[in-house]
Ligand binder design. Structure first.
Ligand code: PEP
Length: 254
């Protein structure tokens, strides 16, 4: 945790969720009580098809919504793409960009991720820029170098705490039940903060929320959230169960 930063727990539903699953969002809203609200911000990133309805279901809850990806383009002949302005129009406040599934399955480069983050900022969405090394890269001792390079290539110039969130998601930890040690998370988050300091200036970097993501569950959330420079979590699987997501939020609130 960074004492001066209000943590954020964001749920990434990935390609899961039909209308009936808005009950999950309603369940999270029900449990996001007066004790929790001042201590932790929450966001739910459903598939784009549910964004408008999820935002409507969360009115009055102070839970934000977000997209999981956006186009680099503003509008036009880009069949199947969703622009950042469309996400904002549907009620989103955040947009995940550069998730490892996008980088791997859709060949997104750092330059693409940066362009998407800039498109999100232009639409007044707060981009959650994801970075993280593969298992091979960690085993080869290259994790820090890989993540620093991703940051240099993906983070928009001049970003501030009001226009940027970074999520460290080791690729090998996503959806696998595996997590890095607290010491490895601490080392990485410190390195991310330092690299952001070089890119954005120390003052801006000090306030940027750095989320940890990758198999966060109620059982490991307290340990991970207590690591220095971890300012919240990006949660995949466990965000599909209201009680689990709330338990992680409680762990994050301290
Ligand atoms: C994710 O997809 O961003 C993620 C962190 O997934 P999980 O929590 O399921 O590992």
């Amino acid at each position: 945790m960074t004492r001066s930063i209000k943590p954020l727990v964001a749920g990434n539903w990935k390609m899961n969720g039909l209308k009936a699953d808005l009950a999950i969002a309603a369940g999270v809203a029900k449990g996001y009580d007066a004790a929790l609200k001042p201590s932790v911000d929450l966001a739910i990133c459903p598939p784009a098809s549910l964004l408008f309805a999820a935002t409507a279901a969360l009115i009055g809850s102070r839970i934000a919504t977000g997209g999981q990806d956006c186009s680099t383009q503003g509008s036009g002949a880009f069949t199947g793409e969703v622009s950042a302005a469309m996400l904002a129009d549907a009620g989103a406040s955040f947009c995940i960009v550069g998730h490892s599934e996008r980088r791997t399955l859709h060949g997104e480069t750092n330059a693409t991720v940066k362009a998407k983050a800039e498109a999100a900022q232009k639409a007044l969405l707060l981009p959650i820029v994801c970075v993280g090394e593969t298992k091979d890269e960690r085993e080869a001792g290259k994790a820090l170098a890989v993540v620093k390079k991703q940051l240099r290539g993906s983070v928009p110039d001049g970003a501030t705490p009001a226009t940027l969130v970074v999520a460290y998601e080791p690729v090998w930890a996503i959806g696998t039940g595996l997590t890095p040690t607290a010491a490895d998370v601490a080392e990485m988050h410190e390195a991310i903060r330092a690299e952001l300091g070089r890119l954005l200036g120390k003052q801006a970097a000090a306030g940027v929320r750095l989320l940890y993501g990758g198999s966060v569950k109620p059982s490991n959330a307290a340990e991970l959230m207590n690591v220095a420079n971890v300012d919240g979590a990006l949660v995949g699987g466990a965000s599909l169960k209201a009680e689990e997501f709330l338990a992680i939020a409680r762990a994050c609130a301290g």
